[in-house]
Design a protein around this ligand. Sequence first.
Ligand code: MN3
Length: 222
Amino acid sequence: MISSVQKRKQFLSEAKKVGYTARGLGYAYAALEPYIDAETMRLHYSQHYMGYLDKLNAALPRNLSMLGRETVEKLLYNFKDLPNNISKDRLEDIKFNAGGVDNHNVFWKNIAPNGPEQPDKQLKDILKIFGTITQLKASFKERALAIKGSGWCWLVKKDDQLSFMATSNQDSPRLTGHTPILGLDMWEHAYYLKHKNDKEKYVDDFWKVVNWNDVWRRYLES
Ligand code: MN3
């Protein structure tokens, strides 16, 4: 039997020339308690996220040039530039797993322990297009709860315009040129252990751990 650690090592050595590496959470699995529980974070990061990363690296053709794809963000923005000799199935694998990696990269940083409870004044002023912060949260929740099956709810930016967006499965907003500013994972694996079928409570708890500093940084950098 080959252990998952060995398997991972094998993947990583095979992916030496082409491939992406994991980004850290930056906080402990238990740091978001009681809103997001440690066991969910542990499974979500070490199994689901690492799984997307391993599968992404495995799906990349060995001879793929990394030029223009140095980061998973760039790979997604430039997705249509992938060589046209890659099979449709493999392209689907790359798209799904690259989205899986990048969506979580955003999510891990969008939430944090001890983040500011409210956006600071500058960001608050910008977000006024959605009404008050309470109204923004309500609209975001409505959008998130309307997702059928697995997907993500987003606040995105494109051409200097902010909007809400929902994507299915692991589709990344970057595929359509949108930059994710704030994202919420609406896959069952993100909440089911703790919140069971109470998605509404999960969304409410998400707002308790949103890191507005990261939202602001992504807004400025996009
Ligand atoms: Mn997830």
